[in-house]
Design a protein around this ligand. Structure first.
Ligand code: NDP
Ligand SMILES: Nc1nc(O)c(N)c(N[C@@H]2O[C@H](COP(=O)(O)O)[C@@H](O)[C@H]2O)n1
Length: 234
């Protein structure tokens, strides 16, 4: 069994999620950031790759006091569990994700992660070991389902999202297309990594929603299920 996995990202009109220097940029407007806060508050956990932690230093906390209050009134932590996918335990111990806001933190590492760095992270987070050299995302998902995570939001970046698509672990993709052009052949895109070669490998999507928000558009896609998929229902 694995959680229901939905990816949420913001890209420019030319399909970039940040600059070629991997500098965080505001692509969403105020209404879209509200939407993101709402879906975050509804999730059991939120995941990013170590590249995003090192580039953006996000806290991934719920921003609205009302939504935090609603979570605690329902017996949940103020924030969803925050998860970093980090094979070599490179997450700085003072990263915002580990120090800001209440709630569980999980760092997923591989067996190759240096023991001293893993021990330092254990002071601030639960550490899950999945995979030998890099994090085995399918094994990680099983472990997350085992600790009660049913709805998992993925914020990025492009390398992690690619890894999840490659492993057939994405159920839904929500792409906000903002009204800017970033450009740059080396600027990150929603799914980077090696890319698929054969058309038969491409994950197939079903368009489930189109909504105008701020000066852009939100596209919601369902990913067609593969045979034997063991995702929990969304
Ligand atoms: N506009 C938007 O919505 C968003 C934009 N961003 C942007 O994205 C950029 C960061 O993206 P990126 O550099 O691709 O980094 P990611 O956040 O995607 O992290 C990628 C890293 O995750 C680790 N990882 C471990 N196991 C796996 C696996 N099985 N599959 C894939 N990755 C794995 C790898 O590092 P290791 O091997 O060391 O573990 C890998 O390099 C930043 O510029 C940020 O601003 C990020 C989020 C949202
Ligand atoms: N939805 C969305 N729109 C944008 O324009 C963005 N730049 C991002 N970035 C993501 O949000 C994270 C920041 O989170 P905190 O505010 O620190 O909680 C950042 O790391 C990206 O994942 N998202």
């Amino acid at each position: 069994m694995r959680p229901y996995v939905f990816v949420n990202l913001a890209m420019s009109a030319d399909g970039k999620i940040s600059t070629r220097e991997r500098r965080q940029v505001k692509i969403s407007g105020p209404e879209d950031f509200e939407r993101v806060d709402l879906i975050k508050a509804d999730a059991d956990a939120i995941m990013v790759g170590i590249g995003t932690v090192l580039a953006d230093n996000p806290s991934l906390t719920v921003k609205s006091s009302r939504r935090k209050g609603e979570r605690t009134a329902a017996g949940r932590e103020e924030n969803p569990a925050r998860i970093v996918v980090d094979s070599m335990a490179r997450t700085p111990v003072d990263a915002d994700i580990l120090v800001k806001g209440a709630g569980k933190r999980i760092v997923a590492v591989s067996a190759a992660a240096p023991a001293d760095r893993v021990d330092a992270l254990r002071e601030r987070a639960e550490v899950i070991v999945a995979g030998e050299q890099t994090v085995d995302l399918a094994a990680l998902m099983e472990a997350l389902a085992g600790i009660g995570i049913r709805r998992l939001m993925v914020e990025g970046g492009g390398t992690l999202i690619w890894g999840l698509f490659k492993a057939g672990l994405v159920d839904e993709l929500r792409t906000y297309v903002g009204s800017v052009v970033i450009g740059g052949s080396g600027a990150p895109t929603p799914a980077d990594g090696d890319g698929f070669l054969a058309e038969g490998e491409f994950p197939r999507l079903i368009l489930a929603g189109v909504e105008r928000i701020d000066d852009g558009v939100l596209l919601t896609w369902q990913v067609k299920k593969e045979e034997g998929d063991r995702s929990l229902r969304g």
